[in-house]
Each structure stands twice: as C-alpha cells, then as structure tokens.
Design a protein around this ligand. Structure first.
Ligand code: SAH
Ligand code: SF4
Length: 398
C-alpha cells in the first residue's frame, strides 16, 4: 500500500509581510522599486519636482556604494539626511551562521523578521560567481526528492529580504566599490539563480520587484540574462515572468511521463507535462531570451533510463533548450538514491546526440549541505522522520 502525498496546493496560503511598518515605525528602503521609493519620499514631504532626483541619489548610495547610513549620503542636505534617518531605514536580514565548503562554496544562514531562517549559497567558479537565493521560507510544494519540500513552515520573503541576500553576499565578499578606485570589471556575484528555498512564482510580486532592483542599471546592475529563475511549473505565471521580469527561465522537469512527474513534482497534477510544455514554447519569444534550461534530477531507477532520455528529447522538440542534469543530492532520510555516473553519462549522451547541450551539474558544497535541493532552515531541520518522508513520497511498502 502506498500513502500519497497531499495534492500540490494551487493557491498559496502563506503569510505575506505588509510593506508598511506600524505607525511610528521606519520604512525599509531596501527592495522598494524606484516608483515605490519616489512615492514614499513624496509622502515624507519631498517636493514632487525633486523626488526623481532624490530617488536617483539615494539609490546610488545604497545599491552602487553599499552605504547603510543616511548621514554618509553627502550629496544630500543635512536636514534632508536627518529626515531620512527619522522616517526610513536600510535594513538587511541578519547573518546567523556562515559555512565555507572545501570547494569554496559559502552557505549563509539568515534570520529574517519573525525569527524565521533562510539560506543563501555563493558558488565561486573560474569565470563567474553565482549566488543562489531563496524566495520563501520553506515551500508549499512537496516535491518528494527535495529537502525544502519537507519543511512545514512557509512564509513569503519580502522584496527587501530577497534583495538583502544579494547585498549581504556583497558585504561578505567585500564587493562594494571603493570611492575613486578603478572600476573592477570582474564581478564576484556575477550571476543570480532563484534556486534556493521556495517556489519563486508563488511569490511573484516580491520576486519581480526584487529583481527590478537588482537589474537596475544604476545600482547592483545585473543584467536580466545573468538571472535565472527556476520554477517547478506554475504555468499561469510563466508568461508573466517573461513579460514583467524577462530573466532566463529554468524549469524543474525531472520526468518524462505524467505518472512519474505526479510523484516527483506534485504540481504536475495541476498543470501536467503537456500544459507546461505549451507555456514553455512561448517563453523565449515573450522574454526575448535564447533558451530554457530543463533541470532534470537523476534518481536511480526512477527517471534515468535510456527510454526516459529518448522521451525527453521528443517532448521538448522545437523548444530552444539546454538540459541540465543534476545528480541527486541526498539529505538525511531522503527516499531516493543518486543514479550511477555511467548511467548519468549514458543519459547525457543520448540528449547530446539529439542536438542539445546536456551539462551534468557538478554538485557543490555537499559537505555543508549547500547543494541544490538540500536547503532547509536549521530550526525546521529533522522535523520529520525517515518513515514519514518515505510515506509521503508514496514509497512505503514498495
Ligand atoms: N522551487 C523551484 C526552485 C528551487 S529548487 C523549483 O523547484 O524549480 C532548485 C532546483 O533544485 C530544482 O530544479 C529542484 O528540482 C532541484 N532539487 C531539489 N531537491 C534536489 C535534490 N535533493 N537533489 C538535486 N536537485 C534537487
Ligand atoms: Fe519547492 Fe522547488 Fe523543492 Fe519542489 S523542488 S519542494 S518546488 S523548492
């Protein structure tokens, strides 16, 4: 007998933190879009005519120079700086712990309002540095191979908490420019992937606003082509992502039949493979981006046969794509095993011969549980037993 996991929720019953603080509190500037900041400055008494210029000045201090103190914003009048300090704050999540892997990967555990915790991972590579950021505490979805999906508690991150992850990483890496220093062309945080905890498309507005701040040409300045959003397949939000964010898209595909995908990625019961593929077909045109990354986790004996590889290339025919094979990252109590290397290579070969790039993702930071799908906050860790996890994955008794 198998015990099915609950069907993937189609609405999000998660807590969203209101942007405005209670009466008398200070408003956090981090994560406000330019328009929102403009409105907030006007509401605080800035003459409308000056508002746009003030936004530009404050924006540069915060996102270009990494300044956290209004008194250091020397191109603003003293009494204006005092007003800002009284009405606003520049607040980031707090770093609780930081671990560095033998391979240089860094994992930050961050504490956010309400005492919740999320993780951010920095992955240095030869010619780039990728920051893997979280969009939610936990995840409402329950993919059976994912550690985050076993976490019960879920709350949406605010735009400030999402942008804050990027700013904290730059703090830690010492990446803010020194005044007067020559422009450094090599960026330590050169790429962002929304592949940490949570389903970004179930927190669409905050993710979009945060990415607008990150992409803005006058501050953090990461181009939309250096940002990859990974979704499990929230179909109605895919076209919106193309239109309102325009970043690169990755999709957690992981299976080639609805029967298997229903088990691995339960949101498939709501939007099946065919529905997902038709949304993906439109994405490159709508977002003016080149190709979609299909993520495919390699699970021994579950989705890794030659037939799967052949079905996969057939399914995605016509979509400009790259297939990223992810060797399964085990976590304590995980109900699956990683496919053998020969199997992964044979699978990659079939895809490659069909004309698709098929990189095998090197697992990074495994010694500090920082690899894909292993993120889960410390307070929530080990809540469920091995048996509970197996039962929920529909594996008990089989
Ligand atoms: N919720 C989004 C983004 C976060 S997960 C999504 O599901 O796409 C980032 C990637 O890690 C996804 O492709 C996910 O399927 C994969 N993943 C999750 N658990 C994993 C694990 N244990 N081993 C390898 N990859 C995993
Ligand atoms: Fe959520 Fe993504 Fe993990 Fe699925 S794989 S449970 S959508 S974080």
């Amino acid at each position: 007998m198998t015990t099915a996991r609950p069907t993937a929720p189609v609405t999000q019953d998660v807590v969203t933190i209101p942007r405005k603080l209670p009466e008398g509190g200070r408003m956090n500037i981090v994560g406000l879009t330019r328009d929102q900041l403009r409105d907030a400055l006007i509401a605080a008494g800035t003459p409308e005519k000056q508002a746009k210029m003030r936004v530009g000045q404050i924006w540069q201090w915060i996102y270009h120079w990494g300044v956290r103190d209004f008194s250091a914003m020397t191109n603003l009048a003293k009494d204006y700086r005092a007003m800002l300090a009284e009405r606003f704050e520049i607040a980031l999540p707090e770093i609780v712990t930081q671990q560095v892997s033998a391979d240089g990967t860094r994992k930050y555990l961050l504490r956010i309002a309400g005492g919740h915790e999320v993780e951010t991972v920095y992955i240095p590579e030869e010619n780039r540095g990728t920051l893997c950021i979280s969009s939610q505490v936990g995840c409402t979805l329950t993919c059976s191979f994912c550690h985050t999906g076993t976490q019960k508690l879920v709350r949406n991150l605010t735009a400030a908490e999402i942008v804050g992850q990027v700013m904290l990483a730059r703090d830690d890496l010492g990446e803010w420019p020194e005044p007067g220093a020559p422009k450094n062309e090599t960026r330590l945080v050169s790429n962002i992937v929304l592949m940490g905890m949570g389903e970004p498309l179930y927190n669409f507005d905050n993710v979009r606003d945060a990415m607008k701040v990150v992409m803005d040409g006058e501050g953090l300045t990461l181009s939309r082509r250096r940002i990859t959003l990974s979704t499990s397949g929230v179909v109605p939000e895919i076209a919106k992502t193309a239109e309102e964010i325009g970043c690169l898209l990755a999709v957690s595909f992981h299976a080639t039949t609805d029967e298997v995908r229903d088990k691995l990625v339960p949101i498939n019961k709501r939007w099946n493979i065919e529905t997902l593929l038709s949304a993906l077909r439109d994405y490159p045109r709508l977002s003016n981006s080149e190709r979609i990354t299909f993520e495919y986790v390699m699970l021994k004996g579950v989705n890794d046969s030659d037939e799967d590889a052949k079905r996969l290339v057939k399914l995605i025919r016509g979509i400009p794509a790259k297939i990223n094979l992810i060797p399964f990252n085990e976590w304590p109590g995980s109900p699956y095993e990683r496919s053998d290397w020969e199997r992964i290579e044979a699978f990659a070969d079939i895809i490659y011969k069909a004309g698709y790039a098929s990189p095998i993702r090197t697992p990074r930071g495994e010694d500090i549980m920082a690899a894909c799908g292993q993120l889960k906050s410390a307070t929530e860790r080990a809540r469920k037993s091995r048996a509970e996890i197996a039962a929920e994955a529909g594996l008990s008794g089989s």
